[in-house]
Design a protein around this ligand. Structure first.
Ligand code: GLA
Length: 393
């Protein structure tokens, strides 16, 4: 390597480190989002109750600090184009003050098109104005959802039949426009892209100012959908790191559609994937099982590990897979995962996981040290279940 390329490599590394330090997301963002449970019914009252619950349940102290209002808060624009909230949110600034008074942050939602997915007002043509409005209210995060912008993309495609990338370029420009508008407000507003992984946002997300980007279409509260999403993430590991995260969508833990063991698998996979952890349940109705899953400090610590390395699949044989994730302190997290209807013995070679002379093994969900182990490790995993281990020297 010549001196010039060494210098440019070093300055790239320095710029990346600086970006990570100044990013609002040095580790994956954690909080709550209204969509998975409340969808179009969310109100100011629900958001305040959620903020209260985040504090009283211990969720905030476990790291869940963003309270994100998803689609359906928008009202009309006034004569000067300024967006106002609808009757469900009588005073957005007062709501932000309330959320902040609890030591939490407030997130909001819009999109680059004329309309959002739920057919509320989008930001097209009002990007700078909307960013200023959000900053004035005291907003801390914006989720920006593609939806009706597909209309503009179709028109662009038709106008440039010779350029197969024309629509993609238009979409990236639209995301950059809002990213720039947020930055111009001077308020740190975490920018969360939502365009379902179209056109590989992990490759251009950081350049438009994003701290996270959805990698798939929507999750729902079924084990099958959750599992398909998780299984599609392994190749994206190189694109996650301090400051910028792949987002396989919000959590469904506590919404009732999966068994406890399945929710434990969901939480484990999201933590292994260094995913943002955005709870999506009604926090006023949490069971002890929901709390034990969402607030397991050791699992959260894996998600939030400062190295920021996303897990990859060590192997997959039919219904079983083994995932590994490097952690600080030369430790490795290992998840033994099954999609099977029955109990399975899942094996992996400690040497292949980076411990040729054996490792101290901790079973994270059981909160039990399994002592020093060598060679082949075998874990028994229940139906749709998981065993989560930390290996150390
Ligand atoms: C899309 C997004 C969801 C949610 C809804 C709201 O489907 O992917 O996460 O924001 O829109 O309408």
């Amino acid at each position: 390597m010549n001196v010039r390329s060494l210098i440019s490599l070093l300055s790239l590394a320095a710029a990346t480190t600086l970006a990570a330090q100044t990013s609002p997301a040095p580790t994956p963002p954690m909080g709550w989002n209204s969509w998975n449970h409340f969808a179009g019914k969310v109100t100011d009252v629900d958001v305040r109750a959620t903020a209260d619950q985040l504090v009283s349940t211990g969720m905030r102290d476990a790291g869940y600090v963003y309270v994100n209002i998803d689609d359906t808060w928008q009202g009309k624009r006034d004569a000067s184009g300024i967006i106002h909230a609808n009757e469900k949110f009588p005073d957005m600034k007062a709501l932000a003050d309330y959320v902040h008074s609890k030591g939490l942050k407030l997130g909001i939602y819009s999109g680059p098109g004329e309309q959002t997915c739920a057919h509320y007002e989008g930001s097209l043509g009002h990007e700078a104005q909307d960013a200023q409005t959000y900053a004035g209210w005291g907003i801390d995060l914006l989720k920006y959802d593609l939806c009706s912008f597909s209309k503009q993309m179709a028109a662009e495609r038709a106008a440039h039949p010779d350029d197969p990338k024309a629509a993609t370029k238009l979409m990236i420009a639209a995301y950059k426009k809002m990213g720039d508008a947020l930055r111009a407000t001077g308020r740190p507003i975490l920018y969360s892209l939502c365009q379902y992984g179209l056109e590989e946002p992990w490759k251009w997300g950081p350049q438009v100012g994003a701290s996270m980007w959805r990698t798939t279409d929507d999750i729902n509260d079924t084990w099958a959908r959750m599992f398909i999403i998780a299984q599609s993430q392994s190749d994206l590991a190189p694109f996650a790191g301090p400051g910028h995260w792949n987002d396989p969508d919000m959590l469904e833990v506590g919404n009732g559609g999966m068994k406890t063991e399945e929710y434990r698998q969901h939480m484990t996979l999201w933590a292994m994937l260094a995913s943002p952890l955005l709870a999506g349940n009604d926090l006023t109705k949490m069971t002890d099982a929901d709390k034990s899953i969402l607030m397991n400090r050791d699992v959260i610590a894996i998600d939030q590990d400062p190295l920021g390395k996303q897990a990859t699949r060590l192997y997959q044989h039919g219904d079983i897979s083994v995932w590994t994730r490097p952690l600080t302190g030369n430790r490795i997290a290992v998840a033994l995962v099954t999609a099977s209807w029955g109990e399975r013995n899942i094996q992996f070679d400690l040497a292949q996981a980076g411990f040729p002379s054996g490792a101290n093994v901790r079973d994270v969900w059981a909160a039990k040290d399994l002592g020093h182990q060598q060679g082949i490790f075998t874990g028994t995993v229940r139906q749709h279940g998981v065993m989560l281990l930390i290996l150390s020297k």
